[in-house]
Design a protein around this ligand. Sequence first.
Ligand code: ZN
Length: 132
Amino acid sequence: MSKSYLKHQERLNEVRGFGRALARRSRSSCELCGVTGERLDPVEIPPVPEEPDPERCLFLCDRCAAAIERGPTGDPNGWRFLETAVWSELEPAQVVAVRLTRQLSEEDVAWAREVLEGLYLAPEVEAWVDAS
Ligand SMILES: [Zn+2]
């Protein structure tokens, strides 16, 4: 096994180790869409810091975790929870919600465009959103 592979595994284990703390923070619901009763995993939100940090992670269901990599897939109306998620007080959740809403807006989804028009972001959140 290569050194970088081991390093990657080490990091994954470290992030997985955040599960307990994130389950408490999220009360075991997806920190993006709010679903409960599904498998949830800690996911790092890019760009990732040198050392894994729970404040830069979200506890996500499979569908939301996949959207971090592939964007919001399927029926845009299935992503309407983003209308409230863009106002989340949890910074990484707000960052991901804004990124996904921007992608939907670029696909000409009317409600996504409206959400972005009325949105105010703190400068540090805006910087993180754009840092992907
Ligand atoms: Zn979710």
